[in-house]
Design a protein around this ligand. Structure first.
Ligand SMILES: [Zn+2]
Length: 386
């Protein structure tokens, strides 16, 4: 089936000519935003965020709330020029430089970007609203309402992502027995720093993708990488997005379960061997190289020290559950946690065993796999070569 692909070129240039000066209203808006960041004044900051795009609003709330964990010593948004004025009431595009210092390390960080400001009235000196980063291309479809945002350098990648996403999404929806309640938005960031900054000024961990309830899927664009190559990453992030439909408390379920299910639905698109990956986990478990599930649960705390185990062991346990009890029971288990049940009570009511028993079952399966591969290796060593 042909998808009708609408490429909205954001460059609806109305104003032309030499670089236009920044209006007082724009300067005031950016200054007020920056002050609110330093002072931790959520109300003042959010009052300047354009509420038209619900996903962007959710992203901005999360962005601001992270400041309570990672506060800034200083923060500024320096406008350099107006790249484009839109017609009345439509956004202007401004080149800006963000600069900030985190309290926790005192290091000055900065990057340059383009943002959109939307005038609140016809007066350029009046108040403006922050409408987010400016993008060169937006791929959109009226049928699926899918949107893919990117810069020119990732235009081809965006096209590929736009084409393969509906197929990945419908596979995952049927696997989970849940449909997305909101259309997907995917933003392809040109640099790691911009991707991190879009999450929060204090987000410094390396990452390739991101998704939280109600937000866009964010991925790091890479040059010379085809959409097929990033389909594993896309499936993982779409897995998160659909998993949030299990219930609004899903995000509070143990972190390893969330990464585990996202990793599991990405298996279909993985180029490396699933058996080899499982054997790696099994061998780790066999030599006692594991963490408690509790240690892998809090994604803002302790578990950050064990991310390798969160993903690999989480994946292995969710895979084990799926094979042992079936996808439907696994989905029910997530639905229970999505409605606020603890993992202990969800395990008891859906699988009829305690979580401790589940852990023992998984562990003995891992030991069996490790043992099996060990005996295979021994047999091979014992067999004389012809
Ligand atoms: Zn993830």
């Amino acid at each position: 089936m042909l998808l009708s692909i609408g490429i909205i070129s954001v460059a609806s240039i109305v104003w032309e000519g030499p670089a236009s000066p920044i209006s007082d209203g724009m300067t005031r808006t950016l200054e007020t935003m920056a002050e609110a960041v330093v002072e931790g004044d959520r109300g003042a900051y959010m009052a300047l965020v354009n509420p038209a795009d619900e996903k962007f609003l959710t992203e901005q709330r999360a962005w601001f709330d992270d400041l309570t964990r990672n506060s800034v010593e200083s923060f500024s948004i320096e406008p350099s020029e107006v790249l484009r004025y839109g017609p009345a009431f439509s956004p202007a595009v401004i080149a800006v430089k963000y600069q900030w210092v985190l309290e926790r390390d005192g290091i000055e960080r900065s990057f340059e970007s383009r943002i959109r400001l939307t005038p609140m009235n016809r007066n350029a000196d009046g108040p403006w609203l922050f409408s987010g980063r400016d993008w060169d291309v937006i791929q959109s479809s009226p049928e699926t309402e899918l949107r893919v945002y990117a810069d020119q350098q990732h235009g081809e990648l965006a096209e590929g992502v736009f084409e393969i996403t509906p197929g990945i999404l419908s596979r995952i929806e049927s696997e989970f027995g849940e449909a997305l309640s909101e259309p997907l938005s995917i933003k392809i960031y040109p640099t790691m720093q911009e991707l991190q900054f879009s999450i929060a000024p204090g987000y410094l961990d390396p990452l390739s993708g991101w998704n939280e309830p109600g937000e866009s899927i964010k991925v790091l664009g890479r040059d010379e990488v085809s959409a097929e190559r990033i389909s594993t990453l896309l499936a993982h992030e779409i897995g998160h997005a659909v998993s949030f439909e299990f219930g609004e408390s899903t995000i509070d379920a143990p972190w390893w379960t969330l990464e585990g299910i996202a990793e599991l639905v990405a298996d279909e698109y993985r180029s490396d061997s699933i058996q080899r990956r499982e054997l790696r986990v099994a061998k780790q478990v066999a030599r006692g190289d594991r963490r408690t599930w509790e240690q892998l649960s809090d994604f803002k705390g302790e578990a950050l020290n064990h991310t390798g185990y969160v993903y690999a062991h989480g994946w292995s346990m969710i895979r084990f559950i799926t094979k042992r009890f079936g996808a439907e029971a696994r989905n029910n288990w997530f639905t229970q946690m999505g409605h606020g049940e603890s993992i202990e009570s969800a395990t008891q009511s859906v699988f009829g065993i305690s979580f401790e028993q589940l852990d023992e079952m998984w562990e003995s399966e891992m030991l069996r796999l490790a043992q099996e591969s060990e005996s295979d290796a021994e047999r091979e060593r014992a067999t004389p070569q012809p």
